[in-house]
Design a binder for this molecule. Structure first.
Ligand code: C5P
Length: 255
């Protein structure tokens, strides 16, 4: 099957910035080098819907990933996603940890053109954090067990896909196939500082393992030359897609 997404289309750049001016500066700089701009809590709380309109207007065809990670009672999330869908974001996120009722409400609130993705287990968490989070380690000994459980709920609820780390994406891809989207944050180059992220992989590993998209923030934003960093990541993605294609002859991957 021919893949319609180019390597750069698969990069979601996280606009984790405090002002509209700074966001617009990065959008202008990186348009044409990444495929999607992610508006998260920091920027949305500072600028509101205006930033989504600004990104949509300034980029020709690059989508917006509205990463507000909704988490509330079903009726509230249904309404929030209904409102957010009018902003014409390509993707919107909801936490999976409240179960199927909330996920179904989120999907019901999503308008046509906005895909609802379930956030499985944050890439900033490792198994050691499960006790604090009240997660039963005898049932979910590894983050991968919980990711798969939550991905199943998201799938049953009708989500278009999930957000998970590159350590679990192969497993998710294997169980649900290529029509269920996978988005992988926690991307770091070999030896690069992890910051608050714990379950990290390189761009190559994420895509080779099956990710449709990768989310990259600091490794591009803090690079001396963000355009060069984005282009280099696209190069890694291209190599991973080629290698993944060869591996798929044996039946384990996406395309
Ligand atoms: O700077 P860095 O590349 O670590 O940024 C990762 C981005 O991905 C952040 O904007 C964060 O909110 C987002 N994200 C994540 N883990 C998830 C879902 C989203 O790190 N599970």
């Amino acid at each position: 099957m021919t893949d319609p997404l180019s390597p750069k289309d698969r990069i979601i750049f996280a606009l984790d910035l405090p002002t509209l001016d700074e966001a617009v500066r990065y959008v202008d700089l990186l348009s044409g080098h990444v495929g999607v701009f992610k508006v998260g809590l920091e920027l949305f709380c500072a600028c509101g819907p205006a930033v989504v309109h600004a990104v949509n207007e300034r980029t020709k065809g690059a989508g917006v990933f509205l990463d507000l990670k909704f988490h509330d009672i079903p009726a509230t999330v249904r309404g929030a996603i209904r409102s957010a869908s009018t902003l014409k974001a390509r993707f919107i996120t909801v936490h999976c940890d409240e179960g199927r009722g909330l996920l179904k409400a989120a999907v019901e609130g999503g308008g046509s053109g906005t895909k609802v993705l379930g956030v499985t287990v944050l890439t900033s968490l490792s198994g050691e954090d499960f006790i604090d989070a009240g997660i039963d380690a005898s049932r979910f000994p590894e983050p991968a067990d919980l990711v798969l459980h939550r991905a199943r709920l998201a799938r049953l609820a009708g989500c278009a896909g999930v957000v998970c780390s590159g350590l679990e994406v192969g497993m998710v891809r294997k169980e649900f196939g290529p029509a269920f989207l996978t988005v992988t944050p926690g991307i770091r180059g070999a030896g690069e500082a992890k910051g608050d992220q714990k379950r990290t992989v390189t761009p190559y590993e994420a895509v080779y393992n099956g990710a449709d998209y990768i989310v990259v923030g600091r490794p591009i934003r803090n690079a001396p030359d963000p355009v060069k960093a984005a282009d280099s990541i696209a190069g890694e993605i291209e190599r991973a897609l080629e290698d993944r294609g060869e591996r798929d002859i044996t039946g384990c991957g996406k395309t």
